[in-house]
Design a protein around this ligand. Structure first.
Ligand code: YH5
Length: 260
Protein backbone atom coordinates (compact mmCIF):
# COMPACT_ATOMS: atom_id res chain seq x y z
CA UNK A 1 0.00 0.00 0.00
CA UNK A 2 1.63 3.22 -1.19
CA UNK A 3 0.95 6.42 0.75
CA UNK A 4 -0.33 9.46 -1.16
CA UNK A 5 -0.55 12.50 1.11
CA UNK A 6 -2.61 15.42 -0.20
CA UNK A 7 -1.61 17.90 2.46
CA UNK A 8 -0.39 21.47 2.04
CA UNK A 9 3.14 22.25 1.00
CA UNK A 10 4.72 25.66 0.52
CA UNK A 11 3.12 26.05 -2.93
CA UNK A 12 -0.47 24.95 -2.52
CA UNK A 13 -3.20 23.72 -0.23
CA UNK A 14 -3.97 20.71 -2.41
CA UNK A 15 -7.01 20.66 -4.68
CA UNK A 16 -5.63 22.89 -7.45
CA UNK A 17 -4.70 21.53 -10.88
CA UNK A 18 -0.96 21.40 -10.25
CA UNK A 19 -1.25 19.50 -6.99
CA UNK A 20 -3.75 17.05 -8.48
CA UNK A 21 -1.38 16.37 -11.40
CA UNK A 22 1.56 15.91 -9.02
CA UNK A 23 -0.47 13.52 -6.88
CA UNK A 24 -1.46 11.45 -9.91
CA UNK A 25 2.14 11.21 -11.07
CA UNK A 26 3.26 10.13 -7.62
CA UNK A 27 0.54 7.47 -7.45
CA UNK A 28 1.43 6.16 -10.90
CA UNK A 29 5.07 5.96 -9.90
CA UNK A 30 4.18 3.97 -6.77
CA UNK A 31 2.09 1.53 -8.85
CA UNK A 32 5.02 1.10 -11.26
CA UNK A 33 7.24 0.40 -8.24
CA UNK A 34 4.98 -2.36 -6.95
CA UNK A 35 2.13 -0.80 -4.96
CA UNK A 36 -1.16 -2.68 -5.33
CA UNK A 37 -3.24 -0.25 -3.23
CA UNK A 38 -2.92 3.57 -3.09
CA UNK A 39 -3.85 5.17 0.24
CA UNK A 40 -5.05 8.75 -0.26
CA UNK A 41 -5.05 11.03 2.80
CA UNK A 42 -5.98 14.70 3.19
CA UNK A 43 -5.36 15.15 6.90
CA UNK A 44 -2.07 14.71 8.72
CA UNK A 45 -2.37 12.39 11.70
CA UNK A 46 1.22 12.82 12.80
CA UNK A 47 1.73 13.44 16.51
CA UNK A 48 0.84 17.09 17.28
CA UNK A 49 -0.93 17.71 13.94
CA UNK A 50 -3.96 20.02 13.90
CA UNK A 51 -7.31 18.69 12.63
CA UNK A 52 -8.52 19.69 9.14
CA UNK A 53 -12.08 20.87 8.40
CA UNK A 54 -14.33 18.33 6.69
CA UNK A 55 -15.02 20.43 3.57
CA UNK A 56 -11.30 21.07 3.06
CA UNK A 57 -10.47 17.39 3.43
CA UNK A 58 -13.13 16.51 0.82
CA UNK A 59 -11.77 19.21 -1.54
CA UNK A 60 -8.32 17.69 -1.23
CA UNK A 61 -9.06 13.99 -1.62
CA UNK A 62 -12.14 13.70 -3.89
CA UNK A 63 -10.60 15.13 -7.11
CA UNK A 64 -7.54 12.91 -6.66
CA UNK A 65 -9.59 9.77 -6.00
CA UNK A 66 -11.81 10.50 -9.02
CA UNK A 67 -8.85 11.03 -11.32
CA UNK A 68 -6.96 8.02 -9.96
CA UNK A 69 -9.96 5.70 -10.20
CA UNK A 70 -10.02 6.22 -13.97
CA UNK A 71 -6.24 6.13 -14.42
CA UNK A 72 -5.00 3.22 -12.33
CA UNK A 73 -6.07 -0.39 -11.84
CA UNK A 74 -4.97 -0.54 -8.20
CA UNK A 75 -7.72 -0.12 -5.61
CA UNK A 76 -7.74 3.25 -3.87
CA UNK A 77 -8.09 3.53 -0.13
CA UNK A 78 -9.05 6.70 1.73
CA UNK A 79 -7.21 7.52 4.96
CA UNK A 80 -9.91 9.39 6.88
CA UNK A 81 -11.92 9.35 10.10
CA UNK A 82 -14.72 11.69 8.99
CA UNK A 83 -18.02 10.14 7.91
CA UNK A 84 -18.72 12.71 5.18
CA UNK A 85 -15.24 12.23 3.72
CA UNK A 86 -15.85 8.45 3.69
CA UNK A 87 -19.14 8.97 1.86
CA UNK A 88 -17.62 11.38 -0.70
CA UNK A 89 -14.57 9.16 -1.25
CA UNK A 90 -16.78 6.11 -1.82
CA UNK A 91 -18.78 8.10 -4.38
CA UNK A 92 -15.54 9.15 -6.09
CA UNK A 93 -14.36 5.56 -6.50
CA UNK A 94 -12.50 4.56 -3.32
CA UNK A 95 -12.42 0.80 -2.60
CA UNK A 96 -11.29 0.78 1.04
CA UNK A 97 -11.75 2.97 4.13
CA UNK A 98 -8.58 3.27 6.23
CA UNK A 99 -9.54 4.81 9.56
CA UNK A 100 -7.01 5.54 12.33
CA UNK A 101 -10.00 6.10 14.69
CA UNK A 102 -11.45 2.66 13.83
CA UNK A 103 -14.90 4.21 13.11
CA UNK A 104 -15.19 5.79 16.60
CA UNK A 105 -16.11 9.26 15.26
CA UNK A 106 -19.88 9.72 15.70
CA UNK A 107 -21.67 8.64 12.51
CA UNK A 108 -18.68 6.83 11.02
CA UNK A 109 -19.94 3.29 11.74
CA UNK A 110 -23.22 3.92 9.94
CA UNK A 111 -21.69 5.70 6.95
CA UNK A 112 -19.01 3.03 6.54
CA UNK A 113 -21.75 0.39 6.60
CA UNK A 114 -23.77 2.34 3.99
CA UNK A 115 -20.81 2.52 1.61
CA UNK A 116 -20.46 -1.27 1.65
CA UNK A 117 -16.66 -0.82 1.47
CA UNK A 118 -14.07 -2.84 3.38
CA UNK A 119 -12.61 -1.03 6.39
CA UNK A 120 -9.21 -1.09 8.07
CA UNK A 121 -9.67 -0.62 11.83
CA UNK A 122 -6.55 0.85 13.47
CA UNK A 123 -5.70 1.00 17.15
CA UNK A 124 -4.84 4.42 18.61
CA UNK A 125 -4.64 5.44 22.26
CA UNK A 126 -5.74 9.08 22.75
CA UNK A 127 -5.93 11.51 19.82
CA UNK A 128 -3.14 12.76 17.53
CA UNK A 129 -2.59 16.09 19.31
CA UNK A 130 -1.76 14.46 22.66
CA UNK A 131 -1.30 10.74 22.03
CA UNK A 132 2.45 10.70 22.61
CA UNK A 133 2.29 12.44 26.01
CA UNK A 134 1.76 9.52 28.42
CA UNK A 135 0.94 6.27 26.58
CA UNK A 136 0.13 3.55 29.12
CA UNK A 137 -0.92 -0.08 28.83
CA UNK A 138 -1.35 -3.04 31.16
CA UNK A 139 -0.07 -5.26 28.32
CA UNK A 140 0.20 -3.42 25.00
CA UNK A 141 -0.47 -6.51 22.85
CA UNK A 142 -3.43 -7.73 24.91
CA UNK A 143 -4.87 -4.18 25.11
CA UNK A 144 -4.56 -3.64 21.33
CA UNK A 145 -6.17 -7.02 20.62
CA UNK A 146 -9.04 -6.30 23.03
CA UNK A 147 -9.62 -2.87 21.46
CA UNK A 148 -9.63 -4.25 17.91
CA UNK A 149 -11.93 -7.14 18.89
CA UNK A 150 -14.38 -4.61 20.37
CA UNK A 151 -14.29 -2.49 17.19
CA UNK A 152 -14.85 -5.60 15.05
CA UNK A 153 -17.91 -6.38 17.21
CA UNK A 154 -19.16 -2.77 16.82
CA UNK A 155 -18.85 -3.12 13.04
CA UNK A 156 -20.73 -6.42 13.00
CA UNK A 157 -23.52 -4.79 15.03
CA UNK A 158 -24.14 -2.16 12.34
CA UNK A 159 -24.00 -4.71 9.54
CA UNK A 160 -20.38 -4.57 8.41
CA UNK A 161 -19.52 -8.25 8.08
CA UNK A 162 -16.18 -9.61 9.31
CA UNK A 163 -15.08 -10.48 5.80
CA UNK A 164 -15.04 -6.73 5.04
CA UNK A 165 -12.60 -5.91 7.88
CA UNK A 166 -8.84 -5.55 8.30
CA UNK A 167 -6.99 -4.67 11.50
CA UNK A 168 -3.88 -2.62 12.30
CA UNK A 169 -2.04 -2.21 15.63
CA UNK A 170 -1.32 1.46 14.82
CA UNK A 171 2.45 1.79 15.21
CA UNK A 172 3.29 5.19 16.70
CA UNK A 173 -0.28 6.04 17.68
CA UNK A 174 -0.17 6.52 21.45
CA UNK A 175 2.82 4.22 21.96
CA UNK A 176 6.33 4.56 23.38
CA UNK A 177 9.32 3.02 21.59
CA UNK A 178 9.06 0.04 23.96
CA UNK A 179 5.36 -0.39 23.15
CA UNK A 180 6.07 -0.28 19.39
CA UNK A 181 8.90 -2.82 19.66
CA UNK A 182 6.76 -5.14 21.79
CA UNK A 183 3.96 -4.95 19.22
CA UNK A 184 6.32 -5.76 16.38
CA UNK A 185 8.02 -8.59 18.28
CA UNK A 186 4.66 -10.14 19.21
CA UNK A 187 2.76 -9.22 16.04
CA UNK A 188 1.92 -12.92 15.45
CA UNK A 189 -0.38 -12.83 18.46
CA UNK A 190 -2.77 -10.56 16.52
CA UNK A 191 -3.60 -13.64 14.45
CA UNK A 192 -6.21 -14.50 17.13
CA UNK A 193 -8.39 -11.84 15.49
CA UNK A 194 -8.43 -13.98 12.32
CA UNK A 195 -8.41 -10.90 10.07
CA UNK A 196 -5.87 -9.58 7.56
CA UNK A 197 -3.26 -7.46 9.27
CA UNK A 198 -2.16 -4.09 7.88
CA UNK A 199 0.90 -2.35 9.32
CA UNK A 200 2.43 1.07 8.80
CA UNK A 201 5.97 1.62 10.00
CA UNK A 202 7.61 3.66 7.24
CA UNK A 203 9.51 6.77 8.31
CA UNK A 204 7.95 6.71 11.79
CA UNK A 205 9.75 8.11 14.82
CA UNK A 206 10.40 4.67 16.32
CA UNK A 207 12.80 4.17 13.40
CA UNK A 208 14.37 7.54 14.15
CA UNK A 209 14.77 6.59 17.80
CA UNK A 210 16.51 3.33 16.88
CA UNK A 211 18.83 4.74 14.19
CA UNK A 212 19.27 8.41 15.09
CA UNK A 213 18.22 9.33 11.54
CA UNK A 214 15.87 12.04 10.29
CA UNK A 215 12.77 11.18 8.22
CA UNK A 216 14.66 11.00 4.89
CA UNK A 217 17.26 8.59 6.27
CA UNK A 218 14.79 6.06 7.63
CA UNK A 219 14.19 4.00 4.48
CA UNK A 220 16.53 1.07 5.35
CA UNK A 221 15.13 0.89 8.89
CA UNK A 222 11.59 0.97 7.52
CA UNK A 223 12.35 -1.80 5.04
CA UNK A 224 13.78 -3.96 7.83
CA UNK A 225 10.72 -3.29 9.99
CA UNK A 226 8.36 -4.07 7.10
CA UNK A 227 10.15 -7.37 6.44
CA UNK A 228 9.92 -8.32 10.13
CA UNK A 229 6.21 -7.48 10.10
CA UNK A 230 5.65 -9.64 7.03
CA UNK A 231 7.47 -12.55 8.68
CA UNK A 232 5.16 -12.17 11.69
CA UNK A 233 1.95 -12.29 9.68
CA UNK A 234 1.28 -8.86 8.14
CA UNK A 235 -0.78 -9.06 4.95
CA UNK A 236 -0.44 -5.43 3.81
CA UNK A 237 2.45 -3.01 4.35
CA UNK A 238 1.60 0.70 4.24
CA UNK A 239 4.67 2.62 3.07
CA UNK A 240 5.99 5.84 1.58
CA UNK A 241 8.92 3.94 0.10
CA UNK A 242 7.34 1.50 -2.32
CA UNK A 243 10.33 0.50 -4.49
CA UNK A 244 12.61 -0.41 -1.60
CA UNK A 245 9.84 -2.13 0.38
CA UNK A 246 8.62 -4.10 -2.60
CA UNK A 247 12.16 -5.44 -3.29
CA UNK A 248 12.49 -6.60 0.31
CA UNK A 249 9.08 -8.24 0.22
CA UNK A 250 9.99 -10.13 -2.95
CA UNK A 251 13.07 -11.56 -1.26
CA UNK A 252 11.08 -12.48 1.83
CA UNK A 253 8.27 -14.14 -0.16
CA UNK A 254 10.69 -16.12 -2.35
CA UNK A 255 12.37 -17.60 0.73
CA UNK A 256 9.04 -18.17 2.51
CA UNK A 257 7.79 -20.17 -0.50
CA UNK A 258 10.52 -22.85 -0.08
CA UNK A 259 9.35 -26.07 1.63
CA UNK A 260 11.71 -26.88 4.50
C1 YH5 B 1 -0.85 3.36 10.07
O1 YH5 B 1 0.13 3.00 10.72
N1 YH5 B 1 -0.31 5.83 9.80
S1 YH5 B 1 -0.55 8.46 9.14
C2 YH5 B 1 4.60 10.03 11.58
C3 YH5 B 1 5.79 9.92 10.89
C4 YH5 B 1 5.81 9.26 9.68
C5 YH5 B 1 4.66 8.70 9.16
C6 YH5 B 1 7.79 11.14 10.67
N2 YH5 B 1 -2.16 6.35 8.68
C7 YH5 B 1 -1.05 4.71 9.64
O2 YH5 B 1 2.23 7.56 8.31
N3 YH5 B 1 -3.13 4.12 8.60
C8 YH5 B 1 -1.02 6.80 9.22
O3 YH5 B 1 6.90 10.47 11.46
C9 YH5 B 1 -2.19 5.02 8.94
N4 YH5 B 1 -1.83 2.48 9.72
C10 YH5 B 1 -2.94 2.85 9.01
N5 YH5 B 1 -3.84 1.91 8.71
C11 YH5 B 1 0.97 8.53 10.06
C12 YH5 B 1 2.22 8.24 9.31
C13 YH5 B 1 3.46 8.82 9.86
C14 YH5 B 1 3.45 9.50 11.06
Amino acid sequence: MGILNITPDSFSDGGDFVSIERALEHAERMVAEGATIIDVGGESTRPGAEPVAEALEIERVVPVIEALASRIEAPISVDTSKPEVMRAAAGAGASLINDVYALRVPGALDVAAETGLPVCLMHMQGEPRRMQQQPQYADVVADVIAFLAARVAACEQVGIPRHRLLVDPGFGFGKTLAHNLTLLARLEQLAVLELPLLVGLSRKSMLGALTGRDVRGRVPAGVAAATLALARGAAIIRTHDVAATSDALRVYLAVAAIEC
